[in-house]
Design a protein around this ligand. Structure first.
Ligand SMILES: [Zn+2]
Length: 184
């Protein structure tokens, strides 16, 4: 299944109108997101903007903290100004979808999204050689050589990540169009 299909399916499911599903077949994901926004189904454009700001806050803070542990990352994330708003919006969506413990899931997924790197190998894919800065040829035992941390909360986690990615897409799209309007 492609990422595009996943996003379109997410929005098809989110839509109450059959019209949106038809649009999803005929047009690209970006068009569908715009259409979804126009019919009032998608509050995610502002979420997308918040996600972009949150990620840049996180990146600038994280740069100071190379080699940070998962707990360090969580503590650091707790100081990010955009985090409560983003988690709030994702929690609302999780609740709408009838997920249990929506806030716990929203927080865990947003933190995962902020720093997807495997905490054991920090995205380097291979195990370290003990007592040396070099890497062995053994795949990381935690991520099995994908370099990515395990996404929490199974299919609920996957669904929320899809929502985050779709919102980001919508936010980027909105930003791009605003910038284009500015240039004219
Ligand atoms: Zn790893």
């Amino acid at each position: 299944m492609t990422e595009k299909t996943t996003i379109e399916e997410t929005y098809s499911r989110a839509g109450n109108t059959s019209n949106l599903a038809v649009e999803a077949d005929r047009r690209g994901a970006g068009d569908v997101l715009i259409a979804a926004g126009m019919v009032g189904l998608n509050p995610s454009k502002s979420l997308g903007m918040s996600l972009m700001r949150l990620h840049s806050e996180f990146d600038s803070a994280a740069r100071l903290r190379e080699g940070a542990t998962a707990i360090d990352i969580a503590l650091l994330a707790a100081r990010l100004r955009k985090l409560p708003g983003v988690v709030g919006l994702v929690t609302e969506r999780a609740a709408v979808w009838g997920m249990e413990q929506p806030k716990d899931k929203a927080l865990a997924v947003v933190l995962w999204w902020l720093d997807k790197r495997c905490k054991r190998c920090t995205g380097r894919l291979y195990e370290r050689i003990p007592g040396s800065p070099g890497l062995s040829n053994i795949r990381c035992r935690s991520c099995n050589g994908t370099g990515e941390a395990h996404l929490p909360h199974g299919s609920d986690g996957r669904r929320l990540v899809n929502y985050i990615e779709a919102s980001l897409h919508a936010g980027r799209d909105g930003l791009k169009r605003r910038l284009q309007a500015f240039e004219v």
